[in-house]
Design a protein around this ligand. Structure first.
Ligand code: PHE
Length: 341
């Protein structure tokens, strides 16, 4: 029996050392140490032994079992480690390889200008509001004191959705004045940038869709001098200190008095050049004191409150700032053009 165990020991240790994976290790364990394995087979013959030999053989068998178990365990650990090392080698990253550079986009030049204007007004305590592009004629025209016969209400000028001319694409951001007055607590200081729509043919200076920024202040004791001071400050921040402005009388149905703000051409200093079309001045925005009828229509007492408003075209501003000569370039989204800014 001793010899049988000795033979089994040698064969088993050799097989364990030569095994190449965990599965074959397991079958070796079953083969040698399992319930129906070789060691059990040998022990079955214990009955043939004498009484004093039996415990010695038992002890030897236990030693052999322990030795084989240890060998199996060590081989299993070694195989696992080799496997891990192989995997690490296979999955290794070469961190010295140059990466694939990500292509970064950037902001559209017109939105750079818009961001600049937003931050100027934010710094003066204005809030930025957003509103619908699909509007009611009531808000786009009627509540702004624009009479039924006004040419801008014509179907040749405005995109309507309904045959009764009730729903339309807003032609200006001024309906945001009404929305603000109807919903916000007083006082109000807001700007409202957004898209507006008019039935214009596309050319170098016209597009059926363009952007405006509306601005409005409503408070007690607000006067035209507040309007002038604020807008002069904004112009200086956009066009630089010392930019000369001119407030020219104008007419808008929803402001009284009304004006347009021109800046002296920053290109030629007012002498006249292609940028200002020889005029020396560049029109920047329309503005005025909010009409008492408009205030009253929004439930604000014009004897207690007053306010001013302005509306400014964003494309024209961006064209001036970036010396863009054709409006279409702003909307075509040709990267070769956009990448220049
Ligand atoms: N909504 C006017 C326009 O589109 C501009 C404007 C706004 C004028 C606010 C006065 C006050 O021309």
């Amino acid at each position: 029996m001793r010899e049988m165990m000795q033979n089994m020991r040698e064969a088993a240790l050799k097989a364990i050392l030569e095994s190449e994976d965990v599965d074959s290790l397991e079958s070796l364990r079953v083969r040698y140490l399992g319930k129906k394995g070789e060691l059990t087979g040998i022990l079955r013959q214990m009955g043939k032994l004498s009484a004093e030999e039996r415990p010695r053989m038992g002890q030897l068998a236990n030693q052999l079992r322990a030795e084989l178990e240890t060998a199996l365990e060590q081989r299993r650990a070694a195989l696992k480690e080799a496997l891990l090392e192989a995997r690490l080698r296979e999955e290794a990253l070469d961190v010295t390889l140059p990466g694939t550079p990500a292509v970064l986009g950037h902001k559209h030049p017109m939105y750079n200008v818009l961001d600049q204007i937003k931050s100027i007004f934010l710094s003066m305590g204005f809030e930025i509001v957003d509103g619908p592009e699909v509007e009611l004629a009531e808000y786009n025209f009627t509540k702004l004191n624009i009479e039924e016969s006004h040419p801008s209400r014509d179907w040749t000028d405005t995109f309507y959705f309904t045959p009764d001319s009730r729903v339309l694409l807003r032609t200006q951001t001024s309906p945001m004045q009404i929305h603000a007055m109807e919903t916000k607590p007083l006082p109000i200081r807001m700007i409202a940038p957004g898209r507006v729509y008019r039935k214009d043919e596309v050319d170098a200076t016209h597009s059926p869709m363009f952007h405006q920024i509306e601005g409005m202040v409503i408070d007690k004791g607000v006067t035209m001098s507040d309007l002038k001071a604020t807008l002069n400050l904004v112009v200086e921040k956009i066009y630089g200190k010392g930019t000369v402005t001119r407030f020219r009388p104008h007419h808008f149905p929803f402001t009284e008095p009304s004006c347009e703000l021109d800046i002296q051409c920053h290109k030629c200093g007012g002498r006249g050049c292609p940028t200002c079309k020889g005029e020396g001045w560049i029109e920047v925005l329309g503005a005025g004191m909010v009409h008492p009828k408009v205030l009253a229509g929004c439930g604000i007492d014009p004897d207690v409150y007053s306010g001013w408003a302005f509306g400014m075209g964003l494309e024209r501003l961006a064209m001036g700032e970036y010396k863009i000569t054709d409006l279409r370039l702003i909307f075509e989204n040709d990267v070769r053009f956009l990448e220049q800014f």
